[in-house]
Design a protein around this ligand. Structure first.
Ligand SMILES: Cc1cc2nc3c(=O)[nH]c(=O)nc-3n(C[C@H](O)[C@H](O)[C@H](O)COP(=O)(O)OP(=O)(O)OC[C@H]3O[C@@H](n4cnc5c(N)ncnc54)[C@H](O)[C@@H]3O)c2cc1C
Length: 417
């Protein structure tokens, strides 16, 4: 009789799920990877799609093609709807999948601090659809401004408010300022896009709270030089169509309001019945398994685990990839009859944020630097980690073109505005 093969179901083909599938080396287990998209998305470059620097296909790659050399991995395109840990089942698209081991790598979604109604007026940036919507809305606002006779309305349409002064907010604000001042300013006749108002709003006393103060100060100074209004200590009270109101009583009318302030874990984590933090991340065991379920692991943005210093491991791609490799090694041992569960150790390789042309900040080990060297380091790291040679070449080409020509290739408006 044929020996029963171990069934591993992996939910999510993002950084965590994909890395697990790529790094799992044991041929005598069947892996089923489920994702609602047919592509793996390189989220760190999403803001460049939103700001017309890159096209969607340049930062995404079909999951099937990435895993084509893994004969024991099957890919299932479908939405996961519920998890049934007691029955060891996953339900989605009218199908029930059974597993021996489950890897939950479903990532997160934009969080609105208990105000889901704000989403309609202030989209977040989490998927290609979000990025394309933002790009369309911002470019359309400039088109409407060009058609308007009213200077006040023109200025409102050319105002972009970015809520959230973390790396994504900084990247978006910097890239929109450059788009308006260096690219769009040559395309329009009746409006002057160089007069666009880009406002970066942060509730805390400073932007980039996870970076050292002096790097955050450098970033704020660079943004201001680029024409971005950096407003710290301003807490959002309400967002409605075209207007954001703050607790201070101030309100800003804007053609576009973008939300880069919060991330929650996938809501499916609730089905696990495990303890969670306030953003819905599962408080996993040191080996990344779910309390009471040694056969279920949660990795990446859906997991909450402290590192050696007691700090929670940040929701960044290297953490998701390291956790995926850790679980892969543990399962290889266990399935081979050498159970060896061990605590996950996060190796913090540093953090970076780009502000704009030739400007970024970086903290890598003891090194803290900003400006051109940090920007080059940022370009290098993002190219290396982008999946697919074709995408790397395409992105490098686009960056070179934008840098030399002060142009952005992806300014076509598609879809309903
Ligand atoms: C705009 C932005 C910029 C970022 N910049 C950086 C950066 O510069 N550096 C960095 O290190 N990190 C960055 N991050 C964070 C990084 O992308 C995440 O930490 C990383 O993607 C987490 O990996 P993950 O595998 O947990 O989730 P993800 O990579 O998000 O993957 C989750 C997968 O699950 C799938 N999925 C979700 N729900 C379902 C469902 N119900 N059914 C089926 N499939 C589902 C999704 O389609 C997705 O493919 C950024 C994130 C964003 C949003």
């Amino acid at each position: 009789m044929a020996e029963k093969r171990t069934r591993i179901v992996v939910l999510g083909g993002g950084f965590g799920g994909l890395t697990f599938c790529r790094s799992f080396r044991l041929p005598d287990a069947d892996i089923l990877l489920v994702d609602r998209h047919n592509h793996h998305l390189f989220q760190p470059l999403l803001y460049q799609v939103a700001t017309a620097g890159l096209s969607a296909s340049e930062i995404a790659q079909p999951i099937r093609s990435i895993l084509r050399d893994k004969p024991n991995v099957r890919v299932h395109l479908g939405e996961v709807e519920s998890l049934r840990p007691a029955e060891r089942q996953v339900v989605g698209n009218g199908r029930t999948l059974e597993y021996d081991y489950l890897i939950v790598a479903l990532g997160g979604q934009t969080g609105y601090f208990g105000h889901p109604e704000w989403e309609a007026f202030a989209p977040g940036l989490k998927s290609l659809e979000d990025a394309q919507r933002i790009r369309r809305d911002v470019l359309m606002a400039f088109e409407r401004a060009e058609n308007s006779e009213d200077p006040v309305e023109q200025q409102r349409l050319m105002t972009v408010v970015v809520v959230g002064g973390g790396p994504t907010g900084v990247e978006l604000a910097g890239a929109f300022a450059e788009l308006a001042r260096h690219v769009l300013n040559r395309d329009f006749r009746r409006i002057d896009p160089a007069r666009a108002r880009i406002v970066l709003v942060e509730g805390a006393p400073r932007i980039l709270g996870t970076f050292p103060q002096h790097l955050a100060d450098d970033a704020a100074a660079t943004l201001e030089k680029m024409g971005v209004e950096v407003r710290c200590g301003l807490r959002v009270r309400d967002i409605r169509s075209g207007v954001v109101e703050f607790h201070s009583g101030e309100r800003i009318e804007a053609g576009n309001i973008l939300w880069a302030a919060g991330v929650n874990a996938s809501p499916l984590t609730r089905d696990l019945g495990a303890p969670m933090d306030r953003t819905g991340r599962v408080l996993v065991n040191p080996d990344l398994s779910v309390p009471g379920h040694p056969e279920i692991f949660v990795i990446g943005d859906a997991a909450a685990i402290a590192d050696a210093s007691g700090q929670f491991v940040p929701g960044v791609s290297p953490a998701a990839m390291q956790q995926a490799t850790h679980v892969a090694r543990q399962l290889e041992d266990e399935i081979s009859g050498r159970p060896n569960r061990r605590p996950f150790r996060y190796w913090n390789k540093g953090s970076m944020a780009t502000i704009g042309r030739s400007a970024a900040i970086a903290k890598i080990g003891p090194l803290e630097f900003s400006g051109y060297p940090a920007w080059l380091a940022w370009l290098f790291v993002h190219l290396v980690f982008l999946v697919g040679l074709r995408n790397r070449i395409a992105v490098l080409g686009q960056w070179f073109y934008s840098y030399v020509m002060y142009r952005r290739g992806a300014r076509i408006i598609t879809g309903k505005a």
